[in-house]
Design a protein around this ligand. Structure first.
Ligand code: BTN
Length: 321
């Protein structure tokens, strides 16, 4: 946590007004340095009330995903222990990928308030209105063979699923990487990776979770197809808290990868998605598969029993039921 984060922690812990002298002595910095930090916080959107002879009291905070705000909710060992925060970025996945190439630590995250070129699956654009949702990418370095890496997409879906469920929603999972509420998409995940011949060098897991977005933030293409926590509940959510919960859950499922392995991740995803025995259609650019799901393969592929009784492994596509 940086100095601004530490001063904020003092102000939040209170109780009541906190004197500048106390903060200066606790942080081993001068009274002037504390004052400069308070001025900096003011410029970042925090509101502090000053009472002569008593000190400062925090009365307002911006709904921004500053690293120290997210850190308040983190219970992780590796994820989010380094956070790169950007007001605006092309794609958080792009920044995280470059950081990983430059050798950043495992668990480093990139969080942005908006993305001008948010990447979706199948080269689609991910709409990223400013200050409304969560756009986060995490760098992981799992000890996996490249052939085992696909199910990692499930850990991000499971993390979003648990986060939404603990906020009172009833999410559903759609293969391969969507999280829906009442049939509308609330979260999408995108995995990008760098592989060596026999091992995965690193994986970037990007998650876009719609939090406070409302209809006015959506263009015609996604209206009626997308939703958010706000649209589902009528309540605004503190994004830093939701982001912390999401990263806590992501680490929980990442630990399953290192522990019981990717098979267990597939099993958990399949259980939550309740997919076995369901009739579906999977559309690819040049092909349509129809059949009944026999579950998920060890590589994350959909196992589809087609009308001729043959089981086909489908590795990508858009599912409809
Ligand atoms: C999808 O098409 O469903 C995947 C969407 C993934 C969007 C997230 S937002 C954070 C990260 N950065 C990106 O550019 N994409 C992912």
């Amino acid at each position: 946590m940086n100095r601004a984060g530490e001063v904020l922690r003092f102000l939040r812990e209170g109780p009541g007004y906190v004197s500048g002298d106390l903060m200066a002595s606790r942080l081993s910095i001068s009274r002037t340095a504390v004052w400069k930090i308070l001025r900096h916080l003011d410029r970042m959107g925090y509101v502090c009330e000053k009472l002569k002879g008593k000190g400062y009291r925090l009365t307002g905070a911006p709904d921004l995903l500053y690293p120290w705000e997210v850190e308040r909710y983190l219970e992780t060992r590796i994820l989010g222990r380094e956070i790169v925060y950007k007001d605006s970025v092309g794609s958080t996945n792009g920044v995280a990928f470059d950081m990983a190439l430059a050798g950043c630590r495992e668990g480093a995250c990139v969080i942005a308030e908006t993305q001008s070129a948010g990447r979706g699956r199948l080269r689609r654009h991910w709409r990223s209105p400013y200050g409304k949702n969560i756009y986060v990418s995490s760098v992981l370095k799992p000890a996996l063979h490249p052939s085992e890496v696909s199910p990692l997409t499930f850990i991000s879906c499971l993390a979003a699923f648990d986060t939404l469920a603990s906020l009172g929603l009833t999410p559903t999972l759609k293969w391969p990487n969507d999280v829906l509420v009442k049939g509308r998409k609330i979260c999408g995940t995108l995995i990008e990776l760098s592989v060596e011949p026999e091992a995965v060098a690193f994986v970037v897991i990007g998650i876009g979770l719609n939090v406070n977005m409302d209809d006015a933030d959506m263009d015609e293409e996604i209206k009626g197809k997308a939703t958010s926590l706000f649209l589902e509940t009528g309540n605004r959510f503190e994004r830093a808290r939701v982001c912390g919960m999401l990263l806590n859950n992501l680490e929980k499922y990442y630990e399953v990868v290192g522990g019981r392995g990717v098979d267990e991740v597939c099993r958990l995803w399949e259980e939550r998605a309740n997919i076995r025995g369901v009739s579906m259609e999977i559309v690819q650019t040049d092909r349509v598969y129809r059949g009944v799901s026999e579950g998920i393969g060890r590589d994350g592929a959909m196992l589809l029993r087609e009308e001729d009784g043959k089981v086909t492994r489908v590795i990508a596509g858009d599912v409809s039921f």
